[in-house]
Write a protein that binds this ligand. Structure first.
Ligand code: NDP
Ligand code: X15
Length: 348
């Protein structure tokens, strides 16, 4: 904590799929303190937060009564919470974050939005390995969506190796989050996204405008994770080993092998459960090393994206970048990775 006499005080707004994972990740950083959680929920979801000892606040004045009636000890409103925070991580549902940004500006507090919001709301989009330096000292940034994060991580690895010319990817998107599969899932169908490119390609360019990337997406009837297939035009003829080495150089890409029995997305999730990752979180892009195929100057590969977990380490790094607590991207990435055990289960 050189140069800082106390921990960064982090507030969280929206304790859902992403928010609860961010809260746990903040709580295990030695340079951060989770000062409270704001939400509007009145059911079991917030009760688990209370049981963990997190201080609870009401995101909306209009929710206070219902939250108190539900038995929660509410310490105040979001406004009160912001008063004691250096930065707020907004993990509310799509488009609510953009509305909340007005309040954060008014309160002059630093803030992070998630990938459901547009780039324009913050004017900066974040993936640690690609745009950390640009976030230093800013008031706000947007951690891009799960699929977009994976696209930027993998293409940045190829770019850093001098191998990336242009990339075209097909994304098989999980239909809904597991805990909501009784509400919003699809069954016995495949649903193509209604435009090409799907949003992830342009979103990746909001992080790195140099990327020549097009994405197409289809929703599939499962809830475990997303699966990507990529065809990449390289800058030159290369060997399979060069392409694999490029991916290996990223601290947040985990190489897995079909030949090791990791033949499907459920087996990879089982591995995460077996090694004791909280909520079976797979923070890394899990890329099949033995599927990587290179023909002349073209590379083909596939990987898995745990939509619920991949943006969590990015959010932790974004906190250090905005607050200026750590100026060096690699140092922040290494610190976050160590705290969350990222990289350990994968062969380097
Ligand atoms: N789910 C995913 O896989 C991923 C999501 N994202 C992005 O992360 C963000 C959060 O998504 P996700 O975690 O799935 O959302 P969830 O719906 O799981 O969680 C949102 C939480 O915020 C609460 N909430 C609703 N309205 C407000 C409000 N006005 N103020 C405060 N809290 C509120 C919700 O309560 P209630 O349910 O009662 O409304 C819920 O507890 C979105 O931008 C999303 O696009 C990014 C990557 C992956
Ligand atoms: O950020 C995500 O996906 P995306 O990169 O396809 O936008 C998450 O899987 C959430 O997607 P959702 O909008 O289907 O809930």
């Amino acid at each position: 904590m050189a140069g800082h006499d106390r921990k960064t005080r982090v507030a969280l707004n929206g304790y859902g799929v992403i928010g609860k994972r961010v809260a746990d990740a903040v709580a295990c950083q030695d340079d951060m303190e989770l000062v409270g959680i704001a939400d509007i929920a009145t059911d079991w979801r917030l009760r688990t937060a209370a049981q963990k000892g997190f201080k609870l606040f009401a995101s909306l004045e209009s929710s206070i009564d219902a939250m108190c009636k539900a038995g929660f000890d509410i310490a105040g409103t979001l406004d009160t919470l912001l008063g004691g925070a250096d930065i707020v991580v907004d993990c509310t549902p799509k488009r609510i974050g953009a509305k909340n940004a007005e309040l954060y500006h008014k309160r002059d507090v630093k803030f992070i939005l998630q990938g459901g919001e547009k780039h324009e709301v913050t004017g900066h989009s974040f993936v640690a390995e690609a745009s950390y330096a640009g976030a230093l000292g800013r008031q706000s940034t947007r951690v891009v969506s799960c699929n977009t994060t994976s696209v930027v991580r993998t293409l940045t690895a190829l770019k850093h190796a001098g191998l990336l010319h242009r990339a075209r990817g097909t994304l098989l998107r999980r239909a809904t989050d597991p805990w909501e599969s009784h509400k919003g899932g699809i069954m016995n169908t495949l649903v193509p996204e209604d435009e090409i490119p799907s949003h992830q390609g342009p979103d990746a360019q909001s992080v790195d405008p140099e990327l020549d990337v097009v994405t197409m997406a289809v929703m599939v009837p499962e809830t475990l994770a997303h699966l990507h297939y990529w065809a990449v035009q390289l800058t030159r003829k290369a060997s399979k080993e060069e392409v694999i080495d490029a991916f290996r150089s990223s601290p947040r890409i985990g190489l897995i092998r079909m030949s090791d029995g990791l033949t499907a997305i459920n087996t990879v999730k089982e591995l995460m459960a077996d090694i004791g990752r909280p909520r079976d979180n797979l923070y890394e892009v899990a890329l099949w090393e033995d599927l990587v195929t290179v023909q002349g100057d073209e590379a083909f590969y596939a990987y898995m994206v745990d939509n619920q977990a991949i943006v969590i380490p990015e959010t932790i790094d974004a906190i250090r970048a905005l607050t200026g607590r750590e100026k060096n991207a690699n140092a922040s990435i290494a610190k976050t990775n160590a705290a969350l055990g990222i990289g350990a289960p994968f062969a380097r």
